[in-house]
Design a protein around this ligand. Sequence first.
Ligand code: NI
Length: 184
Amino acid sequence: MAIHRVAQLGHPAIRSKATPVLNSEIGTQEFKRLVSDLIDTMRDYGGVGIAAPQIRVTKRLFVIEVRDASRYRNAEPFPLTVVLNPSLTLEGTEQETEWEGCLSIEGLRGQVPRSTHVLLKGLDAEGAPLTLELEGFPAIVAQHEFDHLDGLVYLDRMTGMSSLTFLNEFQRYHRAQAPERPSD
Ligand code: NI
């Protein structure tokens, strides 16, 4: 198990366009290690998703997992999902605006409009085709992680900077919009 230090905004990998995972890589020890490192790092940082560029590997894969859904508004647990070479299609015109943060932009939160429904296709960790219809919170996470593969961060998706908030102030003034966390 290897936990990586997550690259922060300003690191070139965060603004790079990632390259496709090659078929010949899938199944190799090195690739399996990359996938497990991504998972370990996401869990250690308490994230709900992470993309490979965030650990300085500019390849097109990300992982999503929601274990403690109580931290987020309108969220439910979502199983660990690894996606290689994803395509993402926004479905319909419905959008919702939610607070987002990013492991590569420590200490900030901002409100971001995202599509409510998306179709996510790609390959799973073993290279088998994967198709997921996502709605609500997992759809938001998928859009956020997919953007990382094109060098985009949630700041680029905000309609303005006026909601941008430091974490302390978010917890003090804005968290009331989210349900109370059970004591943990
Ligand atoms: Ni992020």
